[in-house]
Write a protein that binds this ligand. Structure first.
Ligand code: 4NP
Length: 146
């Protein structure tokens, strides 16, 4: 069974969206894949996803409101088959932490683009774009495991 970990900085905006979208797609297609998400930082441990991420997911029929943020741990590097950074700074941080096998979400159908960090966006604008980008990458990753 494939295990996929999505990683961003805070684990409250982007990677919970990736986790929610992946779980939704996996359950809809009856796939045998385990998904989790985490942040490289400890800033938001134990918090639920940010309100705008919860809202955009809800608009698409996906409930991520009960997810809780956690920090990446060393054990993740051996436990997960695929570790996916949402932007290039996430990849750099993961490598510093000793993760050798990490890939960029943007390399799955998004021309190597970073998923912009919406935490610093002014308002809800931009979360739709971020959702759509994450959805493309996540579905391509899952299809690549088949
Ligand atoms: P995320 O967004 O990495 O997509 O969860 C962020 C959330 C919080 C912070 C940075 C990014 N922060 O610096 O607190």
């Amino acid at each position: 069974m494939t295990k996929i970990l999505f990683v961003c900085l805070g684990n409250i905006c982007r990677s919970p969206l990736a986790e929610g979208i992946a779980k939704y797609y996996i359950s809809k297609n009856n796939l045998d894949i385990i998904v989790d998400s985490a942040g490289t930082s400890s800033f938001h441990i134990g918090e639920n996803p940010c309100p705008h991420s919860v809202q955009i997911a809800q608009n698409k029929g996906i409930d991520i409101s009960q997810l809780t943020a956690r920090q990446v741990k060393q054990k993740d590097f051996s436990e997960f088959d695929l570790i996916i950074g949402l932007d290039k700074s996430n990849i750099t941080n993961l490598k510093i932490m000793g993760c050798k096998n990490v890939k960029l979400l943007g390399d799955f159908g998004l021309d190597g683009e970073d998923i912009p960090d919406p935490y610093f966006f002014d308002g809800f604008d931009g979360f739709e774009k971020v959702f759509d980008m994450i959805e493309v990458g996540v579905i391509n990753i899952i299809n690549s495991t088949k």
